[in-house]
Design a protein around this ligand. Structure first.
Ligand SMILES: NC(=O)c1ccc[n+]([C@@H]2O[C@H](COP(=O)([O-])OP(=O)(O)OC[C@H]3O[C@@H](n4cnc5c(N)ncnc54)[C@H](O)[C@@H]3O)[C@@H](O)[C@H]2O)c1
Length: 321
């Protein structure tokens, strides 16, 4: 059985702890915060608890490390873990520069270890349904994909809305479109913490002519977790705020009646919601990591992670310009 140690027991880390604990693999817990260590030690008496990440790396019995610390710490911690011979599950994004992510990928390849970025939405059954709709051709040619990820909070100070929120939508947009953007533009503003943009608007163009857009904000009255795919024949929406109708397919499209060249009309047909399984995406993601460690892998997840970091860096250059 794979043994897993986790560093970072904060807001998100506790969800990973719960899942890896339920999967019966958790042997180490690590956080710099003494209060959190005390709290988690009483809840997980079978796991060893420490404030020093090196304790995990020195344990020859420990197979894998889960990193759920703030984004700027991901690259140095993941690098040390891989170099210590551990498999790594690291929260998104694993690095803040393409060069750093490429280095992590190279170390993982050299060491023969798994490096899996925590792109949670790629394990969401609703996103898999969107992908099926795109790949089966049911929507027709995809023209445009756009994401809305807005809420009031969580207000972050270490990473801006692009790196904190955009990474989710970007991972799905690249997964659905299957191309790297040829152009990436971003505009945003830091209203609260200097240098940390709270609101970011992004525009992406792909070599095939498809386009994408993302509205990312933690200063917004609406809690939105939505992705819309506009196809030539149908349109589909994944709305993670919906309890039951996570995916809705709209049989709506523009049409050009025969003999009326250039005279576009619109067509509206049925609207339906396919069944989506209720499996918790985070549980599926944790299980997937353990299966990669146990069964071996071809590195797809870390190469996809590299593409996401590359696109994030293109958007960041535009934002800074
Ligand atoms: N997948 C998702 O949907 C999702 C959602 C929220 C956050 N996240 C990601 O999870 C990560 C953590 O976010 P959070 O909101 O839990 O942050 P947080 O600040 O609440 O928790 C981070 C914890 O890491 C600890 N820490 C930092 N550096 C450390 C070190 N070197 N050694 C030991 N402990 C250390 C801190 O003490 C803190 O308790 C981020 O990368 C974030 O992007 C993912």
């Amino acid at each position: 059985m794979t043994s897993v140690g986790q560093v970072g027991l904060g807001y998100w880390g506790k969800n990973l702890v719960r899942n890896f604990d339920e999967l019966g693999v958790l042997t180490w817990l690590c956080d710099q915060d003494e209060g959190l260590r005390t709290q988690f030690a009483s809840r997980h008496p079978h796991a060893r608890v420490t404030g020093d990440f090196d304790d995990l790396l020195k344990d020859g019995e420990l197979d894998a490390v889960v990193i759920a610390t703030p984004v700027p710490t991901h690259y140095p911690l993941a690098k040390r873990a891989l170099e210590a011979g551990k498999h790594v599950f690291v929260e998104k994004p694993p690095a803040m520069h393409e060069s750093e992510m490429a280095e992590l990928v190279a170390i993982a390849e050299r060491e023969g270890k798994v490096l899996m970025p925590g792109h949670l939405l790629l394990y969401h059954p609703g996103v898999h349904k969107l992908k099926d709709l795109v790949d089966s051709g049911e929507l027709g040619d995809v023209l445009c994909v756009y994401g809305n990820r807005q809420n009031l909070g969580v207000i972050r100070k270490d990473e801006n809305a692009l790196w904190s929120l955009g990474v989710h939508d970007l991972s799905v947009i690249l997964y659905l479109i299957g191309e790297q953007p040829s152009q990436a533009l971003a505009k945003g503003h830091a209203f609260l913490t200097p240098g940390v943009e709270d609101v970011v608007f992004c525009y992406l163009e792909f070599p095939s002519g498809k386009i994408a857009h993302m509205h990312l904000s933690w200063l917004d009255p609406h809690k939105m977790r939505k992705l819309t795919v506009v196809g030539r024949d149908k349109m589909a929406v994944f709305d993670d705020m919906e309890l039951e109708r996570k995916v809705t397919v709209y049989d709506k499209a523009p049409e050009e009646p025969v003999g009326t060249y250039g005279e576009w009309r619109t067509r509206t047909g049925d609207i339906f919601s396919p069944k989506i399984s209720n499996d918790e995406p985070l549980k599926l993601e944790c299980r997937h990591f353990l299966s990669l460690v146990a069964d071996g892998w071809d590195g797809r997840e870390m190469r996809d992670g590299l593409e996401v970091v590359r696109a994030l860096e293109m958007l960041t250059e535009s934002l800074r310009a």
